[in-house]
Design a protein around this ligand. Structure first.
Ligand SMILES: [Fe+2]
Length: 334
């Protein structure tokens, strides 16, 4: 019975042994896959950096960089970590499998490679990859939308990227989970996507907003949540979008949540959001120095607006001398 692959795709076969490479190449090419080969770890990484690869078949024993090291690098790189990796190990070598799991391998095959098993595993991982690609496309549409809204206002240039980076860093400092940090990173970019529903006359108004205009402006957090709601991978991002304008004393919007009822991730993002607004030049104010921004925020903490513990951690981070964190014109001494 002929095996019919459910998908097409480009598969990278990495093996230092030429006859092993040829065998896999022939087998996969005969099923309609595009096959690229690499004979060592460095060449594998090079191929991954220049070609759109859908799956990697990785030999464990290779010179220079072995299969584990290559897999670890693939999984640590945001551009490649979603590419499934099947490691080919020696028969019944439990240690190799454990090591492979540690470095993030998605599946294993043992030598001698069984043709049917190979095609079944390749097929199921490619199917999964296709779904991930679809999801990624949906996410990138949202990110582009968020960036295009930010792009309307020259004063907030780079705001989304800074927020993504700073809030993820503050989340790490607070010991939040990996999932929460990923959510913070995404929320940093998309938290204001709901401003798509705010007319430019309000969004870009140089002067203060009227009460009616504020009502419209305030809807952006709920609208943003609605826009992102269909994406299951944004489950932890939605509460950040909805609640990023709540205040610790309950005086914020949209729900007037108070204290720890505001999701911790939203409390993290809002501290960074406020800091970025203060240290950036706006039509109605100059860019504050780090000291002035932190001082202003300290007064706001005293007023009951922001979480005091998260602000303390943020202040430590901001004053830790990490130049990257504060690289935009503001300086601690001024
Ligand atoms: Fe906002």
């Amino acid at each position: 019975m002929k095996f019919t692959p459910p998908l097409s795709g480009t598969i990278l076969v990495a093996d230092d042994n030429a006859s092993n490479r040829e065998l896999l190449d022939e087998l996969l090419a005969a099923q309609g896959f595009t096959v690229i080969t690499a004979s060592d770890g460095a060449a594998t990484l090079q191929e991954l950096s220049r070609t759109q690869i859908d799956l990697v078949l990785l030999d464990v024993m290779m010179p220079h960089l072995n299969g584990f090291q290559v897999c670890e690098k693939i999984k640590a790189n945001p551009d490649t970590y979603l590419i499934p990796v099947i490691m080919i190990t020696a028969l019944s070598d439990k240690q190799d499998r454990l090591e492979g799991i540690k470095v993030g391998a998605d599946d294993f095959l043992t030598r001698p490679v069984d043709r049917t098993e190979l095609l079944a595993r390749v097929g199921s991982l490619l199917k999964l990859k296709q779904r991930t690609d679809e999801l990624e496309r949906a996410e990138s549409v949202l990110f582009s939308l968020a960036r295009s809204i930010e792009g309307k206002d020259p004063y907030t240039h780079g705001h989304c990227e800074r927020l993504a980076e700073y809030s993820a860093r503050l989340g790490k400092q607070l010991g939040l989970s990996e999932d929460q940090i990923t959510a913070l990173h995404r929320a940093g970019v998309v938290h204001d996507v709901g401003k798509i529903a705010v007319p430019d006359a309000i969004l870009l108004k140089p002067g203060p907003l009227t009460p009616d205009e504020w009502t419209i402006m305030r809807e952006h957090s709920v609208v943003g949540e609605r826009i992102c709601a269909p994406l299951k991978s944004f489950r932890l991002v939605l509460p950040i979008i909805r609640h990023h304008h709540e205040k610790f004393d309950g005086s914020g919007y949209p729900d007037g949540l108070r204290g720890e009822n505001i999701p911790v991730t939203a409390r993290v993002l809002q501290i960074v959001d406020v800091y970025d607004a203060l240290t950036t030049i706006r039509p109605y104010k100059p860019a504050f120095s780090i000291t002035d921004a932190l001082q202003t925020m300290k007064l706001e903490v005293a007023k009951g607006w922001w979480d005091p513990h998260i602000f303390d951690q943020f202040e430590q981070l901001a004053r830790s001398g990490n130049a990257n964190f504060l690289s935009r014109g503001a300086s601690a001494g001024s």
